[in-house]
Design a protein. Structure first.
Length: 100
């Protein structure tokens, strides 16, 4: 399964019944970590500010995982100079979470 197929499977899983989204979000994140990081790396290059912001939000679940910190920090570095207010807020939020 290539990256686009994996991302598609994540999107389908997240598009399931809205009640199940909340219950299954952590499970999906844990099961699809590789795919979420790949999707994040794609979104970080987007011209759309909301997609760039989403590239960081996708990683919030993994902040407590010491093995993921390097990847998260690389993504943060790519967006640290972003001019958009909401992207800056996401950068600050994720940086704060990393310091906890």
């Amino acid at each position: 399964m290539d990256t686009s197929e994996r991302v598609s499977s994540i999107k389908q899983a997240l598009a399931a019944n809205s009640d199940e989204k909340a219950k299954g979000a952590v499970r999906i994140a844990s099961e699809k970590q590789i795919e979420l990081f790949a999707w994040s790396n794609t979104l970080v290059k987007s011209r759309n500010l909301w997609e760039r912001r989403l590239s960081l939000v996708l990683l919030t679940h993994f902040v407590k995982d010491r093995n993921s910190r390097t990847q998260i920090e690389k993504t943060l570095a790519r967006l640290s100079g972003d001019k958009e207010h909401y992207v800056k807020k996401a950068v600050a939020w994720l940086q704060k979470d990393l310091r906890k």
